[in-house]
Design a protein around this ligand. Structure first.
Ligand code: ADP
Ligand code: MG
Length: 686
């Protein structure tokens, strides 16, 4: 045995360092990667008499004639091939004389292409040609290629691996193989590349699809199992949460939790927190659905049992907003709340570190400054991650590791289809707030081109005159881009002395000093500013109900999810809100599609589906970013049935045999050790 599945492709005969670089472009490093390279399709080897118009086929025959012809489309070189059952013309456009000289009379060649009509006969236009004709298989794979690679070449290398009998270990237990009638893995791989009939190729694809989703779910099930053990069992009852709520309702007599909030509250405070399982819950709810209050009630319950609770938000502005809101209430019920953000002074930070360590700080709100090394807690028991899609797995893990198996609540407003949530959040329990607080009017959204901007401004002024406030958003994708920032600044300067010269107008971006940001935000919150020109730092979480208008400039630069999040800053009070998205004329078709979608759809869930459709699942949420294995064969969106089936099976296996020790499952344990070593980090994360 010369090779194993772990042999780098570079060492396969015929590859070498130069071709290895090209393989790497295709994502192939090890022999295993090569063997699971998915053919885009197959061409059938065929007799000429059996060719069907339009099909991709491959023909083996002898050259009976060559010649040049001038046509309206230019010069073509024609090679006529016979295999004894018929004659096929191969037409090559723009062929160099040197290349044509290779075609010699009576030479045996193999040509591959799509069958089309040529006068009375059949032809291939610019077919693939090979002069070595030892290939015996009936179907030939067509691969995704990269510059400098040919199908013939990849086939040759795949054959090299297969003919040398690379040992291809089985990865599934025999009871699964039997139940699903799967081919062995070895046979699957052979049929993936060189199937004796197309049905076998199909079976190979089925098994590989199944396997991929199955392994994903096994990893999720293992992780879930691991997370669930030895959690904190918080005390029954919620006196502090009740006190907080009473305080809230004395100030806002009409405030009532929505049914959805009440249900979710029950799930979290009672089912999860009072059980000895460690909570790992995702709270999903559209922007403005009222997730924050749930997090606060849960944190207070943790404090009541003598633990510290922490809430991490992705921006300083959002962290400060949560902090200022909580500072209104918590001290009144005897709970100490603290803020921790990167831009605080060293003196403040040191004092805070002390208070975290001695337990004086009970509820802590902050940004990723919380995960820095010197930050230590006395007794961290509850972790909330707000807008979790803005954080990576490792950031989350670092914070969670600062406690001793704390309960974890992650919140997101990016609603995703169920099948996808079972993929990337498959290790979490999921609660959904599927209802907005009462009295909200749907936001009216209009898309206009920038030549109409004057009309937009006069509309905004009308609203300002009614006492409303307005955000004007500038598309700075990266806050470190000075040029972008300058554009926002210039817009602000210009509006300040022209359109809005009779109004108070402020500027907010991520690079302002912390005190400056705080001042601008609190002025806007207090209504001292009517207009806030802002970068997308305001994208998440900001909650100012009197701000009912938003103008988004260069909206074509944003994605659907981000536009929806931005728009979620308005429509938070009882007044009618308006969002005006502005773009230049002549933007791309996909950008138009996005803007049209956002103009006519308010429902975050439907928008997410559309987004998914436009962008595809990979880009939509970045599966890899979550530390999960890549999905290549299956499509987690369209293979929902299979996903649910594999999930059920995987979770059952892990439930019955958590350590995978039984003889029939040993193959699973071995596969994990061999192929998923790098994913074990993910298993331990969190
Ligand atoms: P998100 O889910 O986007 O984080 P928030 O928690 O910021 O939403 O809540 C949005 C707004 O709705 C806040 O002003 C909040 O006070 C208000 N809110 C939350 N729950 C209710 C409710 N049950 N009734 C009325 N207003 C509510
Ligand atoms: Mg929020």
């Amino acid at each position: 045995m010369k090779y194993s599945v772990d042999t780098p492709v570079q060492y396969l005969k015929g590859v070498g360092p130069r071709m290895a670089i090209l393989f790497k472009k295709l994502g192939i490093e090890k022999t295993e990667d090569l063997l699971t390279l998915i053919p885009r399709g197959y061409v059938r080897k065929s007799f000429i008499k059996d060719l069907r118009l339009g099909e991709d086929a491959c023909v083996l025959g002898r050259i009976i004639e060559t010649g040049n012809r001038i046509t309206s489309k230019g010069k073509i070189f024609i090679v006529r091939v016979s295999d004894g059952t018929g004659v096929l013309s191969c037409c090559f456009f723009n062929y160099s004389p040197k290349a044509t000289s290779k075609f010699k009379w009576n030479e045996l060649i193999k040509v591959e292409g799509q069958v089309s009509l040529f006068g009375q006969g059949l032809q291939f236009v610019n077919p693939r040609v090979s002069f070595s004709t030892t290939d015996e298989s009936k179907f030939l794979p067509i691969y995704p290629l990269t510059q400098g690679m040919t199908h013939t070449y990849i086939r040759k290398i795949v054959k090299e691996a297969l003919i040398n009998n690379v040992y291809i270990p089985e990865t599934l237990p025999s009871y699964i193989l039997e139940q699903h009638n799967f081919l062995s893995r070895e046979s699957t791989i052979r049929n993936l590349h060189f199937p004796a009939e197309l049905g076998l190729a199909k079976s190979a694809h089925e098994r590989l699809k199944f396997e991929e989703l199955f392994w994903l779910q096994i990893l999720l099930a293992l992780r879930k199992k691991r997370l669930q053990t030895n959690g904190i069992k918080f005390k029954k009852g919620s006196v502090l949460a009740r006190k907080f709520f009473d305080l809230l309702t004395t100030e806002n007599p009409n405030f009532k939790l929505t049914n959805a909030q009440r249900r979710v509250c029950w799930e979290i405070l009672s089912d999860d927190m009072e059980s000895s399982y460690r909570m790992n819950r995702l709270l999903q709810g559209d922007v403005g659905s009222g997730k924050t209050i749930i997090a606060i009630l849960a944190m207070l319950k943790a404090v009541e049992s003598g633990y510290q609770a922490v809430l991490m938000a992705p921006t300083e502005i959002l962290a400060e907003q949560h902090y200022f809101c909580l500072k209104e209430y918590l001290p009144k019920i005897g709970v100490n709340i603290r803020l921790l953000i990167g831009s605080q002074s060293q003196i403040d930070k040191r004092k805070l570190q002390e208070e975290l360590k001695n337990g004086e700080a009970q509820v802590i709100v902050g940004t990723h400054a919380l995960i820095e090394e010197p930050i230590k807690f006395k007794k961290l028991g509850f972790v909330v991650i707000d807008e979790q899609h803005k954080f990576g797995v490792m950031q989350r893990t670092k914070l969670i590791k600062k406690g001793k198996s704390p309960d974890v609540l992650v919140m997101t407003a990016t609603p995703i289809p169920r099948s996808l949530s079972l993929t990337i959040y498959g290790d979490l329990d999921i609660s959904v707030i599927d209802e907005l607080p009462p009295g909200r009017k749907p936001i009216i959204t209009r898309w206009v081109t920038d030549d109409k901007i004057d009309e937009v401004w006069s509309f905004i002024k009308q609203e300002l005159n009614k006492g409303r406030q307005c955000y004007i958003v500038y598309p700075i994708i990266d806050e470190s881009e000075k040029l972008d920032l300058k554009a926002a600044q210039e817009c602000y300067e210009k509006l300040k002395v022209s359109v809005f010269k009779h109004y108070e107008i402020g500027l907010l971006h991520g690079r302002l000093k912390s005190e400056e940001k705080e001042r601008v935000m609190s002025d806007f919150r207090a209504g001292k500013l009517s207009v806030l020109v802002a970068t997308p730092v305001i994208e998440v979480g900001i909650d100012i109900p009197n701000a009912t208008c938003m103008v988004i400039e260069h909206a074509e630069r944003f994605g659907i999810a981000q536009l929806h999040q931005l728009r979620g800053r308005i429509g938070r009070g009882a007044e009618q809100s308006y969002c005006i998205i502005v773009s230049p004329r002549g933007i791309s078709d996909t950008a138009k599609e996005r803007l049209k979608t956002i103009e006519f759809e308010n429902d975050g869930f439907k928008l997410a589906e559309k987004d998914l459709e436009l962008r595809g699942p990979g880009e939509f949420l970045g599966i890899q970013q979550h530390g999960l294995p890549e999905i290549r064969f299956a499509n987690s969106i369209y293979n929902t049935q299979l996903l649910l089936q594999t999930r059920e099976l995987a979770f059952k296996i892990i439930k019955e045999d958590p350590e995978l020790q039984s003889p029939e499952n040993r193959v699973l344990a071995e596969t994990i050790r061999r192929s998923y070593q790098d994913k074990l980090k993910f298993l331990e994360a969190g």
